[in-house]
Design a protein around this ligand. Structure first.
Ligand code: FDA
Length: 303
């Protein structure tokens, strides 16, 4: 119920205006978002690299409804790719296709993505296409498939909560695609998504084994120690070395676990979001963990 409410609020403009002005909300969002400017994001990346983590940068923004805003988002990402290269860092970005125009013009989103993929190729970088709510699953995969870019330059995300994902993983691994596996962060109906956590977890493990058994370099994105242990166990059993895949986690979530994995010799990539449009991202993080909401309510009560 609470998760559904928070995910519903994440898509509404009126609560956004009210909530983002509350000091307690602004304070908590700093835990999950690296800042509003590119300079703050690069500083966060510098710290992570210093500690031995890999990174992927998300310039926050989604559900864009006009070409000018989609062009601005594309420019912002081109700038990040250049800035990372200038800082002698291998560029790695995560993008939402609706920020590039997918919600109103698929061909435009495809062209904008192609511009980012070209620049990433020039800089030996990588573009990850995040997966959004189910209205965009098919079009996101279509845009990914249509892109003429090397497999080690552009990858996509699969959500274990969707029934269709097993088939999608089969299709993606058949063409050597590089996949980030997640549980899924949106509100989806039971007709297309597993409603129970245990079912999602079981599917996550199943998809993880399909990915690791394939030739691509995949990302196991989760903070769930049971998913991580299942991955480690499967990799050990099959003789899959830690250089053949990576773990990914979100900025500010389970930092101790992030460090432990690093110490154990795994590659760990941190997803670093930044920018002014942090509200929907922040609300999805609240929805993932009731304790985050309690923390927020306690701070609100204190005034
Ligand atoms: P689960 O939700 O079971 O959480 C396991 C444990 O992790 C919790 O018990 C808690 O301790 C901790 N935890 C999880 N979330 C937390 C939070 N917000 N705050 C504090 N603690 C938390 N989704 C999507 O639909 N499309 C996408 O493109 C992406 N991209 C993406 C990239 C990366 C790098 C990650 C790690 C995740 C995503 N996600 C995503 C989000 C993903 O779908 C999922 O919602 C979250 O990762 C939470 O699921 P877990 O696998 O962590 O398990």
């Amino acid at each position: 119920m609470l998760r559904a409410l928070l995910l519903c609020l994440s898509e509404r403009k009126t609560p956004q205006r009210f909530l983002t002005n509350l000091p307690a909300v602004r304070k908590l969002h700093e835990r999950f978002v690296a800042g509003e400017s590119i300079a703050e994001a690069l500083a966060a990346v510098g710290h992570l690299r210093g500690d031995g983590f890999e990174f992927t940068l998300d310039h926050l923004g989604e559900s864009v409804h006009d070409p000018a805003t989609a062009a601005a988002a594309t420019q912002a990402y081109l700038q990040i790719l250049d800035r990372l290269k200038d800082a002698c860092l291998r560029p790695n970005i995560s993008i939402k296709l609706t920020s590039l125009g997918l919600a109103f013009d698929e061909a435009l989103a495809r062209r904008n993505l192609a511009a980012l993929a070209d620049r990433a190729c020039q800089h030996q970088g990588f573009v990850r296409i995040d997966m959004e709510g189910s209205p965009y699953t098919e079009s996101t995969l279509r845009v990914f498939r249509a892109l003429d870019a090397p497999r080690d330059r552009v990858g996509v995300v699969i959500q274990a909560y969707l029934h269709r994902s097993e088939k999608d993983v089969q299709n993606l691994t058949a063409v050597g695609a590089w996949v980030r596996l997640t549980k899924g962060a949106y509100q989806e109906p039971a007709s297309i998504a597993f409603p129970k956590k245990a079912q999602v977890d079981a599917n996550y493990v199943k998809l993880m084994t399909m990915l690791l058994a394939s030739s691509g370099y995949h990302a196991i994105a989760t903070h769930d120690p049971r998913m991580i242990a299942a991955t480690q166990e499967y990799a050990r059993e099959k003789g899959i070395g830690p250089d053949r895949f990576e773990f990914q986690m979100l900025y500010g979530v389970r930092r101790r676990l992030q460090r432990e994995l690093l110490k154990q010799g795994y590659r760990v990539r941190i997803y670093v979001p930044y920018g002014r449009q942090w509200y929907p991202y922040f609300m999805r993080r609240l929805a993932e963990r009731p304790a985050n909401v309690l923390f927020l309510l306690r701070n609100l009560a204190r005034g």
